[in-house]
Design a protein around this ligand. Structure first.
Ligand code: P6P
Length: 337
């Protein structure tokens, strides 16, 4: 049976729908190759001497895992020379990484969380790479790119996706014309289109949240989870199941595959007032994918993709997934105003 590869899909998107430029096609193919290399390093585990933590901390103040730093380096090195980017930003780097002068510069910006779910690396649970592509606004002006050029609302993303390193290694991608899932054929080394036009069921009976934070939640979140826990005899009239992998890529992949609602809301702790997850390279790419698959993504106040960023590493509350459930949580927030 003829199988469509990532390259063929991107060429068709470039030719038929003008959905991607030649530069974006090259960028996505380069990122997908880097994800293959990251997945290979991850799969070696202890045999590759890459497990465990370093003495260093990242800009988030989180202890860096060896694989975090390795994954970041793989993405930087893969994308520096291609001529498609002006700069990159990463969860693992305090400031932006400009393309060195020895290479040509392009008109796009690449943002990534090189290895999300780090707390799961050493316990062999699925983790992933999240990426987001923006236009570089400075390009036309000829001035040097700076951090402010990255601070664009998520609605301006050109492309977004993730690789999930699990029982299968998959790449899930949108260029604004739907969500496509590719499975890595390890023998051929190619990404094969196995899940075309992924859509999320509007309804669900499965929620994902870290319940140990319950005492810190704001009232609307507590009300919603209480309603879910009340089951069929409660206001929602059905029994709910709960899942929490504590790896955003794995939780979002499950929701794209079978529906559900994912919640990492802001809470009442000083450290949680803005949420835990990062807007630019976690919430925005995942929200783009979720909306392209027919779901919704909200921060408790507004649509995540409409949020105007103010800093590169800012955090945000995240409520995303099956549209009907996200709308319900949004309604509970509005009723609490
Ligand atoms: P908690 C992983 O560290 C991460 O950034 C996301 O991938 C995940 O959804 C969340 O944090 C898990 O957080 O507090 O449950 O460990």
């Amino acid at each position: 049976m003829k199988r469509t590869t990532l390259t063929q899909y991107l060429v068709e998107q470039q030719r038929k729908e003008q959905a991607v430029s030649a530069e974006v096609r090259l960028l996505i193919e380069t990122v997908s190759r880097a994800c293959k290399a990251i997945g290979h390093a991850v799969s070696k585990g202890a045999l590759g001497g890459v497990l465990g933590s370093l003495e260093s901390e990242n800009v988030q103040g989180e202890v860096q895992k060896k694989l975090d730093v390795l994954s970041n380096e793989i993405l930087l090195e893969a994308n520096e020379w291609g001529g498609h980017l002006a700069a990159m930003a990463s969860e693992e780097m305090e400031t932006i990484h400009r393309i060195p002068n020895r290479y040509p510069k392009g008109e796009y910006l690449l943002l990534f969380d090189p290895l999300d779910g780090s707390s799961n690396i050493d316990v062999n649970v699925s983790i992933g790479t999240i990426f987001s592509v923006l236009h570089a606004p400075h390009h036309a002006s000829g001035r040097d790119v700076d951090e402010d050029d990255f601070l664009q609302p998520g609605v301006r993303q050109v492309a977004a996706g993730y690789a999930v390193y699990g029982p299968q290694t998959m790449l899930v991608l949108t260029v604004g014309t739907g969500v496509m899932g590719f499975t890595l054929d390890r023998e051929m080394g190619s990404w094969v289109l196995t899940d075309p036009n992924i859509t999320i069921p509007e309804q669900t009976a499965e929620f994902a949240i870290n319940m140990s934070n319950m005492r810190h939640w704001e009232a609307p979140v507590k009300r919603y989870i209480d309603d879910c826990l009340a089951g069929a005899s409660g206001p929602l009239g059905k029994d709910y199941n709960m899942r929490w992998v504590a790896s955003m890529v794995a939780d979002v992949h499950r929701i794209l595959t079978r529906g559900g609602i994912f919640m990492y809301p802001r809470d009442q702790r000083p450290s949680g007032k803005k949420g835990k997850l990062r807007l630019m390279y976690e919430a925005n790419p995942m929200s783009f994918l979720i909306e392209q698959a027919g779901g919704a993504a909200h921060d408790g106040n507004q649509r995540i993709l409409d949020v105007q960023p103010t800093t590169l590493h800012q955090r945000i509350g995240v409520i995303l997934g099956s549209k009907e459930e996200v709308e319900r949580v949004k309604r509970y927030h509005n009723e609490a105003l």
